[in-house]
Design a protein around this ligand. Structure first.
Ligand SMILES: Cc1ncc(COP(=O)(O)O)c(C=O)c1O
Length: 387
């Protein structure tokens, strides 16, 4: 065994999420699977072959180190795109290996042209346009110089994409800002088009805009959180339900694809009145049967879930009592029947008819699913299960 917990990744759940999302994106729209943040905690090396087996052939990462990991396990027909950090001295490697990357300032564009000339091979770039997020992207004021440079150096550049990113499409509070961004993107792309700049793909939508702003789908959608089975926000889920009749509020076409499991390490009875675990965080008010679980905050089960979290044992939700330690936590199993050392514990996922979702974790902590997922440590073994 040599591990204290493991993560199961469910292939049929992923298949069903991809089917739903591709169907939503529509005919002729390419699907790009976002696998930054260690594939949102699922594990790049495990997720890529699984996704490829479900028909995905385009992946997006944040940085060159993630692209390197992806490149090592990817099928030769798949493509990887870097949406953020790549050093100038890694551009040669990217060009040589047909890895595309975002360009959002003149320094990187000029370095790309230089590297492409030296390699006698076109750099594959996605030109990020600043439309109002004010994070990365060429400003509207840069348009003349940008268009001239792209046109003049077209022999050395393959403009694979024109793209932007929206500043919070999962919240209706940002509605006007997103509408402005869409208008700014269209204005910029038409300007470049008039100057003779053509791109293979225009891509702007991630999970929330795919659902809430259908005209942002364009030629390709870049989907992260939804493919792993989570709505970007409750608002987005409600919006989807409303668009689709809104009769059944519990309908959820997305399925969480991971189960995180461990086993009971030790069971004991603690007399009423005793404190349990470090300090005075929890005092037994009755004789209490406790199970110690070999998972703590070093494994990604955050300390903030002390006296708050729940796990599943024998299909029942049992509460974490006292503080979550670095490598262990204690749960109250007084109401379960004869819990034994070695019994399965589900930290995230389902057991019998009960379920602990990442979202329930996130809600308890006022966290977003994104953050809860990417905190799952890389060294927890991942296994693919068919269902
Ligand atoms: C540029 C870019 N595109 C796409 C995504 C995927 O977003 P989501 O997980 O909401 O689908 C992200 C994630 O933050 C991003 O930064």
């Amino acid at each position: 065994m040599f591990h204290t917990s493991y993560i199961e990744i469910n292939k049929s759940a992923l298949q069903s999420n991809l089917k739903f999302l591709k169907n939503l994106a529509g005919e002729g729209v390419r699907y790009c699977s976002v696998i930054k943040g260690n594939a949102y905690g699922h594990g790049i090396e495990h997720f890529i072959p699984l996704a490829e087996g479900c028909g995905v052939d385009f992946f997006a990462v944040h940085s060159a180190d993630e692209a390197l990991r992806a490149h090592m396990v990817m099928d030769e027909h798949s493509h990887v795109m870097i949406m953020g950090m790549i050093d100038d001295n890694e551009l040669d490697w990217a060009i040589e290996n047909d890895i595309s990357y975002y360009v959002f300032e003149f320094e990187r564009l000029e370095a790309s042209i230089k590297a492409a000339k030296e390699q006698k091979k076109k750099a594959q770039i996605h030109v990020e346009l600043e439309t109002g997020m004010n994070r990365i992207g060429f400003a509207w004021e840069d348009r003349v110089k940008l268009a001239e440079l792209l046109y003049r150096e077209r022999e050395h550049l393959h403009i694979m994409g024109l793209n932007t990113h929206f500043a919070g499409a999962e919240s209706i509070a940002n509605y006007l800002r997103i509408q402005n961004q869409i208008a700014n993107f269209n204005r910029y792309q038409w300007y470049l088009r008039k100057k003779g700049i053509r791109s293979e793909l225009r891509h702007t939508a991630c999970s929330a805009p795919l659902i809430s702003y259908p005209h942002t789908r364009m030629d390709m959608v870049r989907i992260g959180i939804a493919q792993y089975g989570y709505w970007p926000s409750k608002e987005t889920h409600m919006q989807y339900l409303t668009q689709n009749g809104g009769k059944n509020m519990t309908e959820n076409p997305l399925r969480q694809i991971i189960n995180w499991k461990t086993r009971v390490m030790s069971v004991k009875t603690v007399p009423s009145g005793e404190f349990i675990g470090y300090g005075t965080a929890y005092q037994a008010t009755d004789d209490t049967i406790t199970a110690t679980v070999p998972i703590g905050y070093s494994h990604g089960f955050t300390r903030s879930l002390s006296n708050l979290g729940k796990v599943l044992i024998q299909g029942q939700r049992v509460p974490v009592i006292g503080m979550v330690n670095m490598n262990m936590m204690i749960v109250d199993v007084s109401h379960c029947e004869d819990v034994k050392r070695g019994d399965e514990v589900v930290l995230v996922g389902s057991q019998n008819d009960n379920r602990i979702t990442v979202s329930s974790f996130s809600d308890l902590l006022n966290n977003v699913n994104y953050e809860t997922l990417v905190r799952l440590p890389r060294d927890i073994p991942r296994f693919i299960v068919e269902d």
